[in-house]
Structure formats: structure tokens, C-alpha cells
Design a protein around this ligand. Structure first.
Ligand SMILES: *[C@@H]1O[C@H](CO)[C@@H](O)[C@H](O)[C@H]1NC(C)=O
Ligand SMILES: *[C@@H]1O[C@H](CO)[C@@H](O)[C@H](O)[C@H]1NC(C)=O
Ligand SMILES: *[C@@H]1O[C@H](CO)[C@@H](O)[C@H](O)[C@H]1NC(C)=O
Ligand SMILES: *[C@@H]1O[C@H](CO)[C@@H](O)[C@H](O)[C@H]1NC(C)=O
Length: 279
């Protein structure tokens, strides 16, 4: 039964043709060469598909009164090697926390890794390409620690709230971490022509994410215009048009970086952009 279940999920994953990894061909002006840069090591030979859970299983885990009941339920689903670990390799995990021109994010949270239920923890990895920007966002229910584990340095900033609106900038080097307080608007930017990888620990099993530009422009255009003081560039636009034009996370960052690294910016006006999932 279990093998059948895994075989089925593998078959499904092949059928939907997971659109990763996405190699970027980047000419490196510094080195006067053109080479394919991957956002992450090619670890496909080491990875495996994370298991999926049906509603019955998720309910069973949630309704468990004790931690022992919960862990026993999860163990009853099969091999602990499948249900007690999570694979963040982007080759198989398909950027469930963002997949854009600038990289991708993988998040293990209670919904896809239910062993986290009751722990108050989740974990993410960010794979940023050259000039990759994990665009401005908040986590609704979690404080985050971002640790750079490859590439870099990584530019970061957060803005807290009214009354404390000066950005807190920090540049982190390899093996350095920076805090992103719960509810702060923050970003991470790889101002380099090589990839960067970070790990993000989050203080809630269901941290939530709200992309700042996306969730501003999703509002009625007349009110968005009012909130911005009626700027001319919004005349005749629809918020839907602006919304769909926004690059999905992860985006590409500063023009100076794109120029330095020889990356041509292609605006995304994605008709397949799903406003519900943000993917
Ligand atoms: C990654 O490694 C696998 C297994 O070694 C290989 O089959 C595949 O072609 C590699 N992919 C890339 C993009 O290099
Ligand atoms: C959920 O998965 C379990 C384990 O594979 C299986 O026994 C059960 O029948 C499934 N339930 C539903 C509603 O699909
Ligand atoms: C943060 O960095 C930006 C440039 O990215 C700069 O304009 C700003 O002055 C910096 N803020 C602080 C408080 O250092
Ligand atoms: C967007 O995604 C949601 C959730 O997966 C789905 O229910 C909805 O049908 C999708 N919308 C479009 C237009 O594809």
C-alpha cells in the first residue's frame, strides 16, 4: 500500500513536469565568459520526493491529544525515513515558497511536513541566482533568522512599523545570520554574479508570507491611487494589470547588478500567474 502510494506520487510528479531546476545562462562581464550558472548544486542524485498526506491523515495528526499519539500516527504511515525528514533540494521540491527569475524558496511547514504540528517551528531555504531578490514581504506569524550558507555576501534589510520606519540594513557573509522580526517588511538581495543559498528558521509551524507589492496592488485601483497620492503612472491602469505585471518571488534585483552581471531583464507579464497561490 505504502509503495503504491509513493509510486503514485512519483507518477503524478512526473506527469505535472515540475519546472525546476531552472538554469540561468548568464554572461559574466567580469570574467568575459558565458557559462551556465545553477542556483544550487546539482544534488538530484541525492534527493527523493517528499511524501504527501491526505485529509484523513492530516486530521488524524491534528486531532491527536498527545505528542506520543501524534508521533505514533505519523510513524504508522510508513518508513520514518520518509515521514520524519524533509528534503529541501530544489530539483524535486519545486519551489513551494516561490519560484521566479531570481531564484526559488522551499518551505517545510505544518501543512507539507505535519510532524511539525505543535512544535512552533518551520524551516525554509532560499536559492538566489545572480542578482536574485527575495522581494519585500512579511511573515504574518513568525520571526525569522536568515543564515547564509553559500555564496554571498547577502544584502538584507527590514522595516519594522510606524514609529520605527528607518530600515535596519545588514550585509551578511558566509555563515552569518540576521533577524527578521515578525511582521517586519523585509528583503534579501544577492548583489553578486554568483548564486547564494540561505537557510531560514521561522518561529511558527505556519509562518505565512505576504508579499508587499502584490498585496498592495491587489486592492481597488482608485483606493491604491488615493493611497499613493494619485501618481500619473497609474492613470488608466487596472490593479489587475499591475498585479499580473509584478514579477513573482523570487525576483531579479537592482539594475546595476543586472548590468554588471550581463543579465537581460525580461519583464514578466504572466497570464498564468495565479493570484490565489502567488505562483
Ligand atoms: C544532475 O545530476 C544527475 C545525476 O548525476 C544527472 O543525470 C543530471 O544530468 C544532472 N543535471 C544537470 C542539470 O547537470
Ligand atoms: C489516506 O491514506 C491512507 C494511507 O495511505 C489510506 O489508508 C487511506 O485510505 C487514505 N484516505 C483517503 C480518504 O484517501
Ligand atoms: C540602508 O541602505 C539603503 C541603501 O540600500 C540606504 O539608502 C539607507 O540609508 C540605509 N539605511 C540605514 C539606516 O543605514
Ligand atoms: C489558483 O489556485 C487555486 C488554489 O490552488 C485554485 O483553486 C484556482 O483554481 C487557481 N486559479 C486559476 C485561475 O487557475
Amino acid at each position: 500500500m505504502f509503495l503504491k502510494f509513493i509510486a503514485l506520487s512519483l507518477a503524478v510528479s512526473v506527469a505535472v513536469a515540475v519546472p525546476n531546476p531552472i538554469p540561468q545562462t548568464v554572461s559574466l562581464l567580469e570574467r568575459q565568459s558565458t557559462e551556465t550558472i545553477y542556483w544550487y548544486p546539482n544534488t538530484s542524485s541525492l534527493t527523493r520526493q517528499n511524501p504527501t498526506y491526505n485529509k484523513t491523515q492530516l486530521d488524524e495528526i491534528k486531532l491527536a491529544y498527545t505528542s506520543n499519539d501524534r508521533l505514533s500516527f505519523i510513524r504508522s504511515y510508513g518508513n520514518t525515513d520518509d515521514y520524519f525528514k524533509y528534503d529541501f533540494s530544489p530539483t524535486l521540491s519545486s519551489g513551494n515558497a516561490g519560484s521566479g527569475q531570481g531564484g526559488q524558496g522551499i518551505l517545510a511547514q505544518v501543512g507539507n511536513f505535519p510532524v511539525l504540528m505543535g512544535t512552533g517551528l518551520s524551516l525554509a531555504m532560499g536559492f538566489l541566482g545572480p542578482c536574485g531578490l527575495d522581494s519585500m514581504h512579511i511573515h504574518n506569524r513568525a520571526t525569522e533568522l536568515v543564515l547564509l550558507i553559500a555564496g554571498g555576501p547577502l544584502q538584507t534589510s527590514f522595516v519594522m512599523e510606524d514609529g520605527l520606519t528607518e530600515p535596519f540594513n545588514a550585509t551578511i557573509g558566509l555563515y552569518q545570520a540576521v533577524i527578521r522580526p515578525m511582521g517586519s517588511i523585509h528583503w534579501e538581495f544577492n548583489d553578486n554574479c554568483h548564486p547564494a543559498t540561505f537557510v531560514a528558521a521561522l518561529s511558527n509551524e505556519d509562518p505565512g508570507v505576504s508579499r508587499t507589492a502584490q498585496n498592495f496592488f491587489v486592492n481597488p485601483v482608485d483606493l491604491v491611487e488615493g493611497a499613493m497620492g494619485y501618481p500619473g503612472f497609474l492613470d488608466g491602469q487596472t490593479t489587475d494589470g499591475i498585479y499580473r505585471h509584478l514579477p513573482r518571488a523570487f525576483a531579479l534585483g537592482a539594475k546595476a547588478c543586472l548590468q554588471r552581471c550581463g543579465i537581460t531583464y525580461v519583464p514578466t507579464d504572466d497570464p498564468n500567474y495565479n493570484t490565489t497561490t502567488g505562483q
